[in-house]
Design a protein around this ligand. Structure first.
Ligand SMILES: [Zn+2]
Length: 124
């Protein structure tokens, strides 16, 4: 990118590169305006791999674990308990962005899981 591209077309101030949500581009702080804007997709969003998660559960689930599982599997507490009693695997699959969120949730409630293929992204 040449220097002229980094100047605000309105006031001539040097613009700053910014990412906000799904927008990236040159931003003029004087005018509070975007100059060159493109849509930003993170590596997670561009990853088209289908990941499969197998959630490892023990018989005694803590309330927060039950709550998290209920939300991510779209099952009620009774259905989850039944699946665990019957030793049915709790699995779900999805693209990197969704799986990344799920892994964050699982980690936050201390639930172990296996991911196939191994999840490559660094989760922050
Ligand atoms: Zn400006």
């Amino acid at each position: 990118m040449t220097a002229s591209n980094n100047l605000c077309s309105t006031c001539g101030t040097i613009t700053q590169y910014r990412i906000e949500g799904r927008i990236q581009g040159q931003y003029c702080e004087i005018c509070s305006a975007w100059q060159v804007v493109t849509t930003y997709f993170s590596a997670l969003e561009l990853d088209q791999t289908l990941y499969r998660l197998k959630i490892m559960v023990e018989h005694r689930l803590k309330p927060e674990q039950l709550k998290a599982l209920s939300a991510m599997l779209n099952l009620n507490y009774l259905e989850i308990r039944r699946a665990i009693d019957q030793q049915k695997p709790l699995t779900l699959s999805g693209k990197a962005k969704d799986i990344g969120e799920t892994i964050k949730t699982l980690t936050s409630v201390n639930l172990a899981f296996e991911c196939q293929p191994p999840f490559p992204q660094i989760i922050d």
